[in-house]
Design a protein around this ligand. Sequence first.
Ligand SMILES: NC(=O)C1=CN([C@@H]2O[C@H](COP(=O)(O)OP(=O)(O)OC[C@H]3O[C@@H](n4cnc5c(N)ncnc54)[C@H](O)[C@@H]3O)[C@@H](O)[C@H]2O)C=CC1
Ligand SMILES: O=C(CO)COP(=O)(O)O
Length: 332
Amino acid sequence: MTSVSILGGGAWGTALAFTCYKAGNITTLWIRDPQQAEKMLLSRENEKYLAGHVLPSGITITHSIEKAIESHILLLVCPAQNLRSFLESIKNIIPKDAYLVICSKGIELETSKLLSEVIAEILPGYCIGVLSGPTFAQDMAEGQPTAATLATKEITTARWLASSLSCPTFRLYPSSDVIGVELGGALKNVIAIAAGISSARNLGESARASLMTRGLSEIAHLGLAMGAQLETFMGLSGVGDIVLSCTSPQSRNMSFGLKIGRLDRFIPNDQNMSILTEGVFTAKAVQNLSASKDVELPIAKSIYRIIHQESPIDEEIKLLLSRPLKTEPFGV
Ligand SMILES: NC(=O)C1=CN([C@@H]2O[C@H](COP(=O)(O)OP(=O)(O)OC[C@H]3O[C@@H](n4cnc5c(N)ncnc54)[C@H](O)[C@@H]3O)[C@@H](O)[C@H]2O)C=CC1
Ligand SMILES: O=C(CO)COP(=O)(O)O
């Protein structure tokens, strides 16, 4: 039995609290907002982010970060763009032997850094893991069977973490490919937006299947240029998450794509940015990586232009369909 704290009380953090507890760990769920924490202590339910699931009394709910960081394993589950400021605020109190596991999916906008790189910068020398795969918070909280990849540089550590966090309904597969697992999770969100646009435009199931496949090819191509292993993209954090996020409107990214696909062009405003849609930021953040690694990412580029440069959606569809033909699997 080990102690696990989930730092982030949104939908995903709450779902992870259920499985960590089921796995037999001493489980603490840290809630940033004191009022939300107070409410949850009474109701044992996260009405704001994951309503309808009562947290077992054995799970400690707290607003005290000092208490939460005492656990051996710390799951980091805040939005990707907030990870740096969050870690900066607690870096002096995190125990040196804590295992930090990234459960968020994204790339930092300002620096184009992977979240593992952000952590290594702020907390050098810490053991960093990544947990990523096809997992909707709702399914996990309901106790439906789910599976994901857990990567750390040292495979023995990944094996230990995977066995500590797995339970009968949540299977974690160890890997040593941190970069590949992170990239798969972050970039599938951009492809899910494209899949949503494709569906909203009634381009057909065949088009969506092609987008998913060519999207995966883009991710793998960038991954190889960044030192990832090709096989990782065939796994849960690669093809697995693409399949889930590009075929279910339950994905916030796909549903965002569905919404903007109904428009001529996307004009950002506060309202359409109110739900956490990581792919919006990742589409922009990945442009620098694409340039610095000299890897073309046509689908991600089109999504970037639609969202951040108000490019007309039909224009981008035309552009993608008129690109020169390339060889498979990696000719992008
Ligand atoms: N919802 C899901 O099914 C899954 C989500 N994820 C990833 O998990 C991450 C979080 O997603 P959700 O929990 O679904 O989002 P959410 O919108 O439900 O909750 C976000 C949580 O982050 C907290 N937060 C916001 N700013 C913060 C800050 N500066 N410092 C600390 N905490 C902060 C909020 O208080 C809230 O508790 C995202 O990167 C997402 O891609 C990964 C797998 C599944
Ligand atoms: O990452 C997820 C499923 O694996 C959740 O996807 P969304 O953030 O698009 O809802």
